[in-house]
Ligand binder design. Structure first.
Ligand code: 5AD
Ligand code: SF4
Length: 464
């Protein structure tokens, strides 16, 4: 509420000046969702979006610090915009996970003095005030906060898509996997009140949204914090992830529900039952493996063994026969031997994931794994990465062939990038299908397609 005055003052200040913002988001879907909220606030203040950085009056970088390469890219970008600052005094704002890291914040303040605003993951709601300070008071703004604050509800939001929407159900992470910086920059697990989540999804459904992706660092520990960070003190009945899934599936107009990411250690039977009972829940489940070796998993603090993971997958495949799986894998964790890495390949062969997000281990300052003195040399990390990729590529080829002749129900997303006369959509398992329209189908509606060809990175379909 206190930001409304700032919103109105900034709105007045930039009125009739055709002010434009450019926003660049690094990292995960949670950051994308934060950027949608940032865009929502900016549009409320009268800014309009541009995709041309040189044409903008306000540049926002929403940063990620999960791996080193995101940081390198950011510093490249900040260097590039110095010219714009000098030529036309463009306002430069940097927010997101990296700004929650003390060393990064200091680096920005020391070496990139032309940056006007820095804000953290927990202070995006103060952006109107930050802009007010820069535009009216001519001050720099720095709003980095302790990281376990009360959940802020009701921020305006400008969504990137008209049919698919992400809804953050919880913030933060309590797991402290030893390689991961997230718990340090995003704070403790904080679940949103189910009423706020359900209201948001109902309103999305009323506005024509069909697919919802529920977001959180560890969605299946939803409710474990007993909702103590919620502003609303209304009694909570929907206090587990399984119950939340069931309630969301009841919302009319929502055709598909996805979620990202669960943790294998918390994938309880009630969640499996909820998926089984609700065909609206996507059959593509993301199940981050990280490593297939029990010793490495222990050192990663993942709290499951190779056998636990394989048993869980077996159970899921038995209970939900049409399931597809995707995963995250890190290669080259400190101390990982060739033999231990073989276990990762073994799990990959056994599970046959449809999609693997592969990462080379990247030491993150302040984490337990980064301080180990048995870091793996880069050439070995790359060799392992390439071996994993080779196996994965072969599996993708075999899996794609299995789609030929099947019928897929897909949401029509829009014209194909390579051929505007064709349309595209995705299978439930996230494979792109390109097809020739027959004139009656509409973007944002579902269509049944028979798969006729496999082109490795996409499939060809025919309207039925
Ligand atoms: N190095 C490499 N990959 C990492 N991830 C998280 N931290 C690191 C790191 N330090 C990967 C994990 C996680 C995904 C989002 O990013 O696989 O699931
Ligand atoms: Fe990082 Fe582990 Fe939390 Fe995922 S569960 S955000 S990998 S600490």
């Amino acid at each position: 509420m206190e930001q409304i005055d700032y919103i109105n003052t900034v709105k007045d200040k930039i009125k009739n000046k055709n002010q434009k913002y450019y926003i660049l988001t690094f990292g995960c879907q949670l950051n994308e969702n934060d950027s949608e909220k940032i865009a929502g606030m900016l549009e409320e203040m009268g800014y309009t979006k541009t995709d041309n950085i040189s044409d903008s009056d306000l540049i926002i970088f929403n940063t990620c610090c999960v791996r080193e390469n995101a940081e390198e890219r950011l510093f490249g970008k900040i260097g590039e915009v110095k010219r714009l600052k000098e030529e036309k005094n463009t306002i430069i704002a940097i927010g997101g996970c990296m700004m929650q890291e003390k060393s990064m914040l200091e680096k920005i303040q020391k070496s990139y003095k032309y940056v006007d605003i820095v804000f953290g993951t927990h202070t995006i709601q103060t952006l109107p005030e930050d802009l007010y300070k820069v535009l009216i008071k001519r001050q720099k703004a720095k709003e980095i906060l302790y990281i376990d604050g009360e959940i802020i509800e009701g921020l305006p939001i400008k969504r990137n898509d008209k049919y698919r929407a992400s809804v953050t159900i919880m913030y933060g992470c309590n797991n402290f996997c030893t390689y991961c910086i997230v718990p340090y920059v995003r704070g403790r697990e904080r679940s949103r009140h189910p009423n706020d989540i359900l209201d948001e999804i109902k309103s999305l459904a009323q506005n024509g949204y069909k697919e919802i992706t529920l977001l959180g660092q560890n969605v299946n520990s939803y409710g474990n914090d007993k909702f103590k960070y919620c502003k609303s003190k209304e009694a909570v009945e929907i206090d587990t992830f399984a119950k939340l899934l069931r309630e969301i599936c009841k919302i009319e107009g929502i055709e598909k529900v996805k979620f990202m990411s669960p943790h294998p250690k918390d994938f309880t039977d009630d969640v499996i039952e909820a998926i089984k009972d609700n065909p609206k829940i996507s059959r593509m489940i993301h199940m981050p493996l990280q490593s297939g070796n029990s010793k490495v998993l222990k050192e990663m603090n993942r709290k499951y063994t190779k056998e636990d993971f394989l048993n869980l997958i077996d159970k899921m495949k038995t209970e939900i026969p049409d399931i597809h799986l995707s995963t995250d894998i890190i290669v080259g964790f400190p101390g990982e031997t060739d033999i231990e890495f073989e276990d990762t390949l073994d799990v990959v062969r056994k599970v046959e994931f449809e999609q693997i997000f592969m990462f080379i281990y990247s030491p993150r300052e302040g984490t337990v794994a980064a301080s180990r003195d048995d870091q793996i040399p880069d050439d070995i990390k790359h060799k392992r990465f390439n071996r994993l990729k080779e196996i994965y590529d072969k599996q993708v080829e075999i899996q794609n062939e299995k789609y030929i002749g099947t019928i897929q129900n897909v949401l029509i997303e829009g014209p194909s990038k390579n051929d505007p006369n064709k349309l595209t959509g995705r299978t439930d398992s996230n494979k792109v299908i390109v097809f020739t329209p027959n004139g009656t189908e509409k973007i944002g509606e579902y269509v049944n397609l028979k798969i006729t060809e496999n082109h490795r990175w996409f499939l060809i379909g025919e309207i039925l």
